[in-house]
Design a protein around this ligand. Structure first.
Ligand SMILES: N[C@@H](CCC(=O)N[C@@H](CS)C(=O)NCC(=O)O)C(=O)O
Length: 244
């Protein structure tokens, strides 16, 4: 049995839920409240995910962290449908997009989400309480970044830089989609899954400069196609549990 520790609206959790639906894998849900209760920094959770982030997948008592690694694991666990190209070069290309999704897109959308989303949803905490929450991050790198962000805020210049980096990413994505139907080749792969939740997050954060489908018409075509897949609909239909 597959157990998924996840948060309903987290981009990385949604990525894994899309993959589970594509593969038709049954899974058991363990909702981790990363906003109100901050369960992700509690000892029981850090014991399974030392970084204190969602998602975490548990399969036969084996723990797998990192959403991109989780989706590769799921693809190897269940053969059909195959979500990686057959040829080594194609697989390398998918991994390049997985890397971009984490180190370019996730990193920079986090910067842009700070003022738009994060500060708003933490508004009921005082500065001191908020600091205490962020200081609990077990991962020293994440802890330093978050505490620093709270102390100094995200400046306009940092936001501008994040938008420039993401604009460049979208140019590259549009180019790939002008050459291929899906991000890598003619078949739907893990690359499509890894990027999709971030496009939705650009929309949710009303980052209009990053969702200009007149400028990036190939992305617009791909994005409509992606949202019409049942895996996407299933992943996004997971709502905040009522008890939380
Ligand atoms: N590289 C990790 C990133 C995971 C991550 O940052 N998850 C976010 C939600 S998308 C999280 O758990 N944040 C907790 C917090 O900020 O307190 C992955 O892909 O799994």
């Amino acid at each position: 049995m597959i157990h998924l520790y996840h948060f309903w609206s987290s981009t990385c959790s949604r990525k894994v839920r899309i993959c589970l639906a594509e593969k038709g894998i049954e899974w058991s849900s363990h909702h981790v409240d990363i906003v109100e209760k901050r369960e992700n920094t509690e000892e029981w959770y850090v014991n399974i995910n030392p970084k204190g982030v969602v998602p975490t997948l548990v399969h036969n008592d084996q723990i797998i962290i990192e959403s991109n690694i989780i989706i590769e694991f799921l693809n190897e666990l269940v053969n059909e449908p195959e979500l990686m190209p057959k040829d080594p070069y194609g697989r390398a290309q998918v991994r390049v997009w997985l890397d971009r999704s984490e180190n370019i897109v996730h990193k920079n959308i986090n910067i842009l989400s700070w003022n738009r989303r994060h500060m708003k949803r933490m508004a009921h905490f005082s500065h001191q309480e908020h600091l205490g929450i962020l200081e609990k991050f077990p991962d020293p790198d994440k802890r330093f970044t978050m505490v620093n962000r709270l102390k100094n805020g995200v400046t306009e210049e940092e936001e501008k830089n994040a938008i420039t980096i993401l604009t460049y990413f979208m140019d590259e994505l549009d180019k790939a989609l002008s050459e291929n139907f899906w991000v890598v080749g003619d078949n739907f792969t893990l690359a499509d899954i890894a990027i999709a939740p971030f496009i939705e997050r650009f929309e949710a954060n009303k980052l209009n400069m990053l969702i200009d489908y007149q400028k990036w018409s190939n992305i617009g075509r791909w994005w409509l196609e992606l949202q019409s897949r049942s895996s996407y609909k299933i992943a996004y239909s997971f709502e905040k549990p009522v008890s939380q």
